[in-house]
Design a protein around this ligand. Structure first.
Ligand SMILES: *Cc1c(COP(=O)(O)O)cnc(C)c1O
Length: 493
């Protein structure tokens, strides 16, 4: 039985179903397993499993209060040929000694689909198991990607409703069309007259509003959150690191037991934390490369042992990593204090009040499995171009950040360990940046650029692009920030 407890108070212990339904602990801490599970089968066996079978074995040890049938039903609903366009779900592509783990074959062509396609099913199953008679209401503020991925995951899942708030005019045209063409009777998209922070703060207020809570309960709903601190998002991400390892074995790059590295483009520290968990479970990972863009709060943290969010915020060409508070880092902090909840809470309180904290030398010693670096916008363009010219393979700007940091690591260390470059988005999701890097085309029409990208890359356009281009606009609500409360009630009534 895997029990979860809060990183800020170990006496707060819950089952995996409660952890999934609540998202965050009442003290503001994050749920972590009291005892980290080990790999559930010998590595020789794990590397022979297909994606869904592997997912079953990994989910089973983390979500131990689900039955086998429940887990299999969730996995089948999440990973199939209507939700993914590649039979391997997370294929590993080789180009002359580079290994790209393509995590963008889901409905929104970015890696968040890997977890958001299964989270709704885990949530509704958890609600049933806990005899909750209310429907689940998800409220999410998005800067563009998460909202669409969450809607695609929750669309038409019975007993759920999702409302996504986005800053009107501050997301890319493709991102906006992707959201506004979203189908499903239970999905709602609302534009906010303001920026992302306005939308995010307003949604946080809604969650804290006791009166709204009571009203939505009376209407038959209870709040839940789909954000990346939910263990229902973290655990499914562990699966593809083991699957990547398995593919390196099958492609005869490594023998079972040999080590690999992973390079992960990092924002909220969710994806790379899953790799760290996989390592803790026993997967032979040597170094975890934490790759940031110009918002390099994490690479500074790993290199100076001081977290400092008091710095300018930059809008970059890898926008899904534009973030100054990496929420999931709290779980790493907890691990390197050797599960000390008091010490973790003190550091997080300090972050809250001053925007900074410094870890102790004892804690820093436990970070030797990490290497961290960052990459600015111009280097992202140069890296996309370089990979295209050398390997005839087109990577997206986020993947380029991971590629660049890996190149720097290799130059610095001469480490020849096979390294997985975690590819978090399709190049088609960022046609403007990508085409600027690899061609002379100066058009700013995203759909035109997608056609040209197809000519250059010979990779067929994913269905997501066609859908965004040709789908009917199904949502048109735009409200002022102070009307967000009423807009929720309008949707529910
Ligand atoms: C969300 C996202 C990231 C960052 O992942 P984290 O888990 O937040 O570190 C990187 N690339 C893309 C394309 C994303 O959508």
């Amino acid at each position: 039985m895997t029990i979860y407890y809060s990183t800020r108070n170990k006496n707060h212990r819950v089952s995996s179903t409660d952890a999934i339904l609540n998202g965050i602990a009442p003290d503001g801490g994050l749920f972590v397993p009291e005892i980290m599970p080990t790999l559930p089968l010998p590595l020789e066996q794990l590397v022979t499993l297909d994606y869904k079978e592997l997912a079953f074995h990994i989910l089973k040890v983390f979500l131990s209060d689900f039955t086998n049938d429940e887990l299999r039903a969730c996995i089948n609903a999440a990973y199939n040929d209507t939700t993914f366009d590649d039979a391997l779900f997370a294929p590993l592509k080789q180009t002359d000694g580079n290994y790209y783990l393509e995590l963008f074959h889901g409905q929104t062509i970015a890696f968040k689909d890997m977890a958001l396609s299964i989270l709704p099913h885990l949530m509704t199953t958890a609600a049933q198991k806990n005899n909750i008679d209310k429907d689940i209401l998800i409220l999410t503020a998005t800067s563009g990607d998460t909202g669409k991925a969450a809607m695609a995951g929750f669309a038409d899942v019975p007993h759920t409703k999702i409302i996504v708030f986005y800053p009107k005019g501050a997301v890319s045209p493709i991102q906006e069309r992707q959201m506004l063409t979203q189908t499903g009777n239970n999905t709602h998209v609302i534009g906010i007259k303001g920026n992302f922070d306005d939308a995010q703060s307003a949604v946080k207020q809604l969650f804290l509003d006791k009166k709204l809570q009571q009203t939505i309960n009376e209407l038959g709903y209870q709040f839940s959150s789909a954000n990346s601190i939910n263990i229902g998002r973290l655990v499914p991400q562990i699966v593809y690191y083991i699957y990547a390892y398995a593919q390196l074995v099958q492609q005869n790059v490594i023998a079972v037991g040999e080590v690999i590295n992973v390079s992960v483009p990092t924002g909220n520290f969710g994806n790379i934390l899953a790799a760290y968990f996989a390592k803790q479970m026993g997967l032979p990972i040597k170094t975890l490369l934490c790759a940031s863009n110009r918002n390099n709060v994490l690479s500074d943290f790993f290199n100076t042992h001081r977290y400092d969010k008091n710095r300018p915020f930059y809008v970059t060409n890898s926008p899904s990593m534009d973030i100054l508070i990496s929420s999931n880092l709290e779980r790493l902090i907890f691990a390197i204090t050797q599960n000390n909840d008091v010490q973790t809470k003190a550091l997080m309180d300090e972050l809250q009040s001053t925007g900074t904290y410094t870890i102790t030398p004892d804690m820093a010693e436990k970070l030797t499995d990490f290497y961290a670096g960052y990459c600015d916008d111009a280097t992202v363009l140069a890296t996309i171009k370089d990979v295209f010219l050398k390997h005839n393979y087109v990577i997206d700007p986020h993947t380029a950040v991971a590629q660049y940091v890996y190149n720097a690591y290799k130059n610095e260390t001469n480490d020849n360990t096979p390294t997985i470059i975690v590819s978090t988005a399709s190049a088609y999701k960022f046609p403007n940046t990508v085409m600027h890097a690899i061609s002379e085309d100066s058009s700013t029409d995203d759909f035109y650029l997608c056609d040209r990208l197809e000519d250059l890359s010979h990779v067929p356009q994913p269905f997501a692009i066609e859908q965004a281009k040709n789908g009917s606009i199904l949502h048109d609500t735009v409200v002022a920030v102070d009307k967000i409360y009423d807009s929720v009630l309008d949707v529910l009534k």
